[in-house]
Design a protein around this ligand. Structure first.
Ligand SMILES: Nc1ncnc2c1ncn2[C@@H]1O[C@H](COP(=O)(O)OP(=O)(O)OP(=O)(O)O)[C@@H](O)[C@H]1O
Length: 407
């Protein structure tokens, strides 16, 4: 059992500050995924945990022991890299055994460890092959096998699937999930650009941005209760739409007067003092649906993308601001050029103090306990919204968050 604590961890290269104020507690057995825009420091943070980069500020503890100056080999950690970089002249078994040989383990120990890893990764039939006789997915499994044979307490993965084609990515992602399930007490930290990997593998996702942590939470918590506009738009694809407006009527339900004349009813409580406050209404593309009633958005469809199970509608593609995107179930290429009226359930709407992407606010700890939303019973969308909970979930700093678990 191994937990990690990062305390005020910082990284700079000379005058260039890459990371600062990184505070994170990782519990033994957790699967943690780091995501964030390119260059935000995901790999750097992982490499600092591995001991491959010097920590220039703060402290890394593993099981209570400060690790800042402990060499990588003594941290109980194994890392799997994006480029699997196997030794081409060695068999699969020898590739996996290499580190154990260097460490002076006996032949019997090495055989047992490589047999075990081969079995876990379904590589047994390939143990005597050279890497060139393996597929990309099998090679990456050998790279994971090299980590497994060392039986580390903590596994670090740096974009391990990004060299694989789409089908292999899916297959190998599922194998990694199964691997984790077979080692429930091993802690795993995983860097990726891939939202699906993050959402499906993580117990908790850490969103890094602007040199710090924007939010930490369970995947669906980040999706349903992003603490700021940045996370709201980073998690989910296509990104959440932000519609500018002002608070028109406060109370347990809030009415927002949107720029352009429409209004939206939001199941988020506000106070009298919030009257007139500039806000951005957050609407996920997948929460929008066509309506004959009062829309929260209407416009002429500039472009449609029929993906099979859904169609993406684009509005305002020539505007300076990001286009508004709606994702409707089914195939609707005929909507191109038409004016459509779209609404969304008041409970699925988000509300942000306009432009205040407060990346460094307190974070989700200040929010009430998270409860996932229920799946919408068929035919319930657009029904009478459930009454907001007594006391509300409103918080003040930079965000007005959606209210309840009911959709
Ligand atoms: N040796 C170095 N000297 C100066 N700056 C560096 C050095 N190594 C990395 N950086 C900078 O640190 C920042 C973080 O890099 P890092 O590779 O950790 O980002 P990342 O989030 O993993 O990016 P990506 O998603 O593109 O892989 C980048 O802006 C990068 O330019």
């Amino acid at each position: 059992m191994t937990d990690l604590k990062l305390r005020d961890v910082a990284k700079s290269y000379g005058d260039v500050n890459v990371l600062r104020d990184i505070n994170l507690d990782i519990t033994s057995g957790e699967f943690i995924v780091f995501v964030g825009p390119s260059g935000c420091g995901k790999s750097t943070l992982l490499r600092m945990i591995a001991g491959l980069e010097q920590i220039t500020g703060g402290e890394l503890q593993i099981d209570g022991q400060v690790m800042n100056d402990i060499p990588p080999s003594q941290r109980g950690i194994a890392m799997v890299f994006q480029s699997y970089a196997l030794y081409p002249h060695m068999t699969v078994r020898d590739n996996m055994a290499f580190a154990l040989k260097i460490a002076g383990q006996s032949k019997d120990e090495i055989r047992a460890a490589t047999d075990r890893a081969g079995k876990m990764l379904q590589l047994t039939p390939y143990l005597d092959r050279l890497p060139k006789a393996l597929s990309g997915g099998q090679r990456q499994r050998v790279a994971i096998g090299r980590a497994i044979v060392r039986d580390p307490k903590v596994y670090l993965f740096d974009e391990p699937l990004s060299n694989l084609d789409a089908a292999l990515r899916v297959a190998t992602r599922i194998e990694i999930a199964q691997l984790k399930a077979s080692m429930p007490d091993r802690t795993m930290i995983y860097v990726t650009h891939d939202q699906t990997e993050a959402m499906t593998l993580a117990d908790r996702i850490v969103v890094l941005a602007g040199g710090g942590i924007a939010q930490v939470g369970a995947p669906l918590e980040l999706y349903e209760r992003p603490v700021n506009e940045f996370v709201a738009q980073f998690i989910g694809s296509p990104a959440m739409n932000l519609l500018p407006g002002r608070v028109k009527r406060t109370g347990q339900m809030t009415t927002v007067a949107l720029d352009g004349g429409l209004e939206a009813e939001v199941a988020i409580p506000t106070r009298a003092g919030d009257q007139d406050m500039p806000v951005n209404l957050g609407v996920r593309p997948e929460d929008m649906r066509e309506t004959d009633g009062t829309p929260v958005f209407q416009g002429q469809v500039d472009l449609t993308e029929a993906l099979g199970e859904v169609t993406l509608l684009y509005f305002g593609t020539n505007a300076e601001t990001a286009p508004i995107i709606a994702k409707l179930p089914g195939i609707h290429p005929d909507l191109k050029g038409r004016t459509v009226r779209l609404t969304a359930d008041p409970h699925a709407l988000h509300l942000f103090h306009k432009g205040q992407s407060l990346l460094y606010r307190d974070g989700p700890d200040s929010l009430p306990p998270y409860q996932p939303r229920m799946a919408a019973p068929s035919g319930s969308m657009g029904g009478t919204p459930a009454a907001p909970r007594e006391g509300g979930d409103r918080i003040d700093e930079g965000l007005i968050k959606p209210q309840g678990p009911v959709r």
